[in-house]
Design a protein around this ligand. Structure first.
Ligand SMILES: *[C@@H]1O[C@H](CO)[C@@H](O)[C@H](O)[C@H]1NC(C)=O
Ligand SMILES: *[C@@H]1O[C@H](CO)[C@@H](O)[C@H](O)[C@H]1NC(C)=O
Ligand SMILES: *[C@@H]1O[C@H](CO)[C@@H](O)[C@H](O)[C@H]1NC(C)=O
Ligand SMILES: *[C@@H]1O[C@H](CO)[C@@H](O)[C@H](O)[C@H]1NC(C)=O
Ligand SMILES: [Cu+2]
Length: 385
């Protein structure tokens, strides 16, 4: 009896720990359910976007194997189709896939740390999904990567980047004794300390070596020089990164970065406790958004060239998902809320962004910021599960 009663507190403590572990995903589930019902309630019974044609973007791990394979094949198909962007703009672009990297490189300084950051990337993602479907026969929608769910598991647990034949390939080959990358942020006249962005060496550092993208070729970038990371990266023949620079793909996974910057407490804190677009955008941009890129590292340490790694699209689908959920929590004040100017961290100083600003996509017609503010009421018709 004595023995038993001394076990009871231990069992209770254990159950409490289990409950704590499960609390965060359960909170997220509740927030997603609320977002979905708010979105569905806002849809008309008739019109361009209704309950019946609403596309559902899902987490990669929830897709069946055939859908995963068809997504991977469609991405490889885009890399085989000819480029359509004006060759004077991006002479190094060799494929439809490159068109996306090219327009991102061209516009980097006016779509990050600006009022248009979320809106530009929402349309960018939509154009990519559309190309996969209309030009490469993919019948699903762009999947996302639920960072917080995977942050505390070994990277080999995530079927998105476990290196298997149904993944987007895995980590880069491990290179020991590196110094990490030191990226000068693209600002006019950066001072050495104020605009340097250091990433410690992770668990890879070399070229990826397994999975369907093993032979993936990058053609554009880099723009920002990366120093001392072990695997030499050939320089682009043009300073703007838009020349032809064929090379393999580097990755350098570091889960600690995901744990620190994109854990459940960080993401749920943004969704539950941050009500104003200004702090939301700043905390999100430098927190989970930068964290996902830095987890991948490799070319993702070059802000300009990051869409060259197909994992970019999963990362940015999750960025768009978290923004959508946040917007839905008070559509009255958040649906059309933007904050920021028209230049990266306002360098050089520029006017405040407005909903009427035109956002360029180079190979596709420009749209206004306003047109990209709702996932269901304008150009788009999708929801995240
Ligand atoms: C990963 O990131 C953490 C946090 O920045 C850093 O301390 C660590 O050195 C990095 N590399 C590895 C292999 O954990
Ligand atoms: C790391 O830095 C040291 C000192 O600057 C340098 O000698 C070395 O070559 C660097 N290592 C790599 C892999 O770049
Ligand atoms: C929101 O803020 C409150 C008060 O600071 C805190 O107790 C709570 O844990 C926060 N919620 C999240 C999800 O971060
Ligand atoms: C630009 O936006 C900031 C932050 O919302 C605001 O304080 C400032 O007054 C705006 N400037 C102009 C010229 O509208
Ligand atoms: Cu970007």
């Amino acid at each position: 009896m004595l023995l038993f009663s001394s076990f009871v507190p231990a069992i209770v403590a254990f159950l409490l720990i289990i409950a704590r572990i499960d609390a965060n995903p359960a909170i997220m589930r509740r927030l997603v359910n609320e977002y979905q019902s708010t979105t569905r309630r806002g849809l008309p019974n008739q019109g361009a976007c209704t309950r019946h044609n609403l596309a559902v973007r899902k987490e990669w791990s929830t897709l069946d194997i055939l859908t995963r394979k068809s997504y991977i094949n469609a991405v490889k198909c885009l890399a085989r189709l000819p480029s359509t962007i004006d060759p004077l703009l991006a002479p190094g672009a060799r494929s439809r896939f490159d068109d996306f990297t090219a327009t991102h490189i061209i516009n980097t300084l006016t779509i990050h740390g600006t009022g248009s950051f979320f809106a530009w990337h929402r349309h960018f993602l939509y154009l990519f999904e559309k190309a996969l479907r209309e030009e490469c026969g993919y019948t699903g929608y762009q999947p996302y990567w639920e960072w917080s769910h995977w942050a505390n598991q070994p990277t080999s647990a995530n079927p998105l980047y476990d290196g298997s034949s149904t993944s987007l390939s895995g980590n880069g080959r491990y290179i020991p004794n590196r110094n990490g990358t030191f990226q000068l942020l693209p600002a006019l006249n950066p001072t050495p300390d104020a605009f340097a962005f250091f990433t410690p060496p992770g668990t890879g550092g070399g070229y990826i070596y397994s999975g369907p993208l093993k032979n993936w070729q990058l053609h554009l970038g880099p723009v920002v020089d990366q120093y001392d990371n072990g695997q030499p990266v050939p320089r682009n023949p043009r300073p703007d990164g838009l020349g032809y620079n064929p090379r393999g793909m580097i990755r350098d996974f570091n889960n600690t970065i995901l744990q620190r910057r994109a854990s459940w407490p960080v993401v749920l804190g943004l969704l539950v406790n941050v009500t104003d677009i200004a702090p939301f955008q700043i905390l999100f941009f430098s927190g989970p958004h930068a964290g996902g890129h830095t987890f991948i590292s490799g070319i993702d340490n070059d802000l300009f060239t990051s869409p060259g790694d197909p994992l970019f699209w999963f990362h940015h689908a999750q960025v768009d998902r978290i923004w959508s959920i946040w917007q839905s929590r008070d559509l009255g004040t958040r649906e059309f809320a933007i904050d920021g100017t028209q230049t990266l961290f306002n360098i050089p100083p520029s006017p405040n962004a407005t909903l009427d600003d035109l956002m360029p996509f180079d190979f596709s017609p420009p749209i206004t910021v306003r047109e990209a503010m709702s996932p269901t009421k304008g150009l788009y018709c999708y929801i995240y599960d």
